[in-house]
Ligand binder design. Sequence first.
Ligand SMILES: CC(C)(COP(=O)(O)OP(=O)(O)OC[C@H]1O[C@@H](n2cnc3c(N)ncnc32)[C@H](O)[C@@H]1OP(=O)(O)O)[C@@H](O)C(=O)NCCC(=O)NCCS
Length: 358
Amino acid sequence: MTEFTIDDLHIPQSIDAPDALDFIEMTTVRNDIEAEIVGNYDLAYSAAELLPHWLDPYDPKIAYVARVDGRIVARGILNWRIEDDVDEAWLEIEVLAAFRRAGIGAALYDLLATRAAAERLRPWQSYVLHKAADGETLPSPTGFGAVPLADPGTRFLLGRGYELQQVERFSRLPLPLPTRWFDELAERVRVAADAGYRLVRWVGRTPEDRVADLAVLHQRMSTDAPSGGLDYAEEQWDETRVRTLDDLRAASPRLILVTAVEYVPSGTLVAFTELEVPLERERAVSQADTLVLREHRGHGLGMLAKLANLKYLEDTHPGHPSVTTFNAEENRHMLAVNEAIGFMPVGYGGGWKLDVTP
Ligand SMILES: CC(C)(COP(=O)(O)OP(=O)(O)OC[C@H]1O[C@@H](n2cnc3c(N)ncnc32)[C@H](O)[C@@H]1OP(=O)(O)O)[C@@H](O)C(=O)NCCC(=O)NCCS
């Protein structure tokens, strides 16, 4: 029988502080577990990159870590929402493969569930990485995508009464992009200009005159990205929240490249897409949000913004091996854009829910 202990994870204010060692070790364990699932370190964050996300006042969370012989081998995280009258809880448990089937996952779950119940949070939801495996699968109720039935995460959540609500595809685009795309981009810029649209781009902090527009775009992102049967209440964004995100991102070594689309007649931004770029050239770039406001869809602005941001990446930070992204399997428009550019599926994310009675 494996002996383990579980403690609260202390969240340091800085990665250089003497009390940051547990957070740094937790980050390594996170990266190792996710690499065991997807087969590479494309999803890895350094502790300095991860910490700002943990200090986000708009995304509160607590975590526990399990140790065997003093070494962290697993983590359990509980997130909740800051919006009034939104009680959603998000639970995440990850155990290093060598320490599974020893009751660690169950013990972490029980602690998270006790805390979620005490805070009267509901429903309880979980987003889980699944291998792109052969074999029997559990289909998503959205009608798009499936997760492997034999996957330990599937067994674990089914055993606790959770139901699959949505499947996301995890995809990878090898870089550099074939140059023909950049010829196509030039043509798309011309066509968009005729319809009244122009590209705007920046690195890092949102320009002062675009902050209000970004608040609208982020808030719409929280309702317009498909969420299947998961509960995801609308986020509330204002200029303070945009600036808080800018500050958190400035505290991370990753750079954020943003390409947005302005509708020239109104001078407002109607679409945006973001890439998160690690400093080290050998590491994968992450695609973050992409959104075209509903009333401006159908003009190819999603493809235009994505291609333009990839060109921006090639021009300013060449040499990264790939871009990774997650998209809901039912989000056929976004997947069509990504597939056309060359993104290939490499794994899946399952969205799970347990309706907890008050
Ligand atoms: C899912 C995961 C957390 C389980 O961790 P673990 O320490 O092996 O879990 P435990 O030993 O405490 O087992 C807990 C339960 O899951 C079941 N289980 C875990 N892995 C399983 C597998 N491969 N096949 C069948 N059942 C499995 C056990 O039977 C046990 O059921 P019980 O409590 O009813 O007896 C671990 O495999 C993991 O980290 N996977 C990747 C992340 C993930 O999928 N997380 C899902 C929860 S958010």
